[in-house]
Write a protein that binds this ligand. Sequence first.
Ligand code: 4AD
Ligand code: MG
Length: 431
Amino acid sequence: MQDVRISGVGEYVGKTVTLSGWLYNKRGSSKVQFLLVRDGSGTIQAIGSKADLGEERFALARELTQETSVRVTGEISEEPRAPGGYEMHLHEFEVVGESVDYPITPKEHGVDFLLERRHLWLRSKKQHAVLTIRSEIIAAIHEFMHREDFLHVDAPIFTPAAVEGTTTLFEVEYFDDRAYLTQSGQLYMEAAAAAFGKAYCFGPSFRAEKSKTRRHLTEFWHMEPEMAYADLDDVMDVTENLLEFIVARVLERHRDLLEQVLERDVDKLALAKAPFPRISYDEAVALLNENGQDFEWGGDFGAEDETKLSEHFDRPCFVHRFPSAIKAFYMAPDPDDPRACLSVDCIASEGYGEIVGGGQRSDDLAFLEARIAEHGLPMEPYEWYLDLRRYGSFPHAGFGMGLERVVAWITGRRHIRECIPFPRMMSRITP
Ligand code: 4AD
Ligand code: MG
């Protein structure tokens, strides 16, 4: 592994170092070449002159092609005008691997062309920035959850039963039987909440979504906390504190990527501070109708409705107490309204849509048995889950946060396909 990475060259000013990377771009004249080299941690300009390199090496430098892997050796100096603040005075370079006709050039490409070459597209500046921020968000989530005393408990991916409805289940062969790819780790986290009080899982969830929207992946990363002796309000409290923490951390560490590379309006993002506004489903329906949307009570919000709702607030908002009929079987009924349940969605600001869904779970065995039957689900695969109501049932609540949705909101990407390294969608499973 290399000793010096470009992100750390500041400690080597005046010294000669070797950096290993790829040629991002180059420009120059017949006397001097500016090689823009990237190594994953950053980019640096290496300046090679004919005088220093000699006729033959200089001619070779002039012919280097985009994404050729190279080792460059030279002296580091400070240069405030250079990207990154430093540059290299090139003494020597070595071609490690050639790159002939690299397909992604600095000109504009269509998104299908780029997605087809996602394995290479990751090297581009914007994609690099989005995935850097994704990694920071993941780290921030773990840090926050650890600080709040949640235990990280992994949920299985092969499962015997549906969590979020049968229409989006992926069925797989499982020896002589059938299994499903998990839609959510929630049911397992409810077991974990009884064991540990506060738990969360963070892994992939799968939805056979037949919708080709910009917010749906068939495989997404799902962070799901579950809390014992907690209610709907606790879900909203934890969600807003978590989102505030994540945004603050990204702004603290990657403001430059947001502003300069991704052109995100960071002032708007910085408004995401707790408390977030909380409105009921009924209030949301009224708000939509007052503002010209023709929305009927009982329906689920579409992308446009969520966008309209978000326009009323300067930060993410909560919509709580949805009609039971449009939510999953496990939702606790609202004691004040028989049609509603203690569910909540958090809708991101600026039209980025739902980023969190959750609520309070029913802790009543008979109610859940009835709901499972009403939903046309087989009872047997849920027996273990119902045990949680047989052996010390307890009030509890939790939520699921879709990582890519959060990344899209924070980085200002219109489509969540750019917010995961290798997106899986209805029409795409390669690369
Ligand atoms: O609202 P959902 O379906 O809720 C659940 O799965 C609950 N069991 C979570 C829980 O309470 N533990 O999904 C939760 C979140 C959504 O708000 C969204 O952010 C994300 O998961 N999500 C998706 N992200 C990308 N592509 C999809 N197809 C998604 N479906 C849900
Ligand atoms: Mg939802």
